[in-house]
Design a protein around this ligand. Sequence first.
Ligand code: AR6
Length: 179
Amino acid sequence: MERQIGTTRLVVVRGDITRQPVEAIVNAANSSLLGGGGVDGAIHRAGGPTILAACQEIVARAGRLCAGQAVVTPGGNLAARWVVHTVGPIFRDGGHGEAEILASCYRTSLTAAAAVGARTLCFPSIATGAYRYPIEEAARIAVATVVAELPHHPFTEVRFCLFSDRDLVTYEMALAEGA
Ligand code: AR6
């Protein structure tokens, strides 16, 4: 499914983010930037040691990455030239700033990717796996935040890559309703 938002194509697909034909992909990392499970593990496995080395250098220089922030590393062996690493909120009850932190992940990732010159970018569903953010609300925040930010950036395509059919439908509904 896709919608045209100004000069940007906004696309929702099911698949493995490490195989998406885009210039930059976003990683749902943790504050250590040392890798983990889920999409983080998949990206490090597919991209190889270059990504981890770049993450270690960032942490040595700037410390752990706060939730809602984003940094860029090379993509190593990935087709994508860059990986944008962001840290989602660990969902507790919704009353601990989770929504604002999640929106910040999308905003800071777009800004970081645009800053290195990426014109095509792919997001996973940040925080809805191990961090347990409810998918319906997370999808609404993801779509609304990206749509609101697109006029400020020169992307030709931004996509959301979902790992399951259920997640795909949820994002398609958010895109149909919110864009
Ligand atoms: N491509 C696209 N989406 C994927 C892939 C993939 N290859 N693999 C998993 N997903 P999660 P979080 C989906 O847990 O909730 C890590 O250990 C998955 O189905 O990866 O932000 C980090 O190191 C889910 O819908 O990220 C952190 O410690 C979505 O990606 C922690 O998990 C996000 O699930 C971050 O948790």
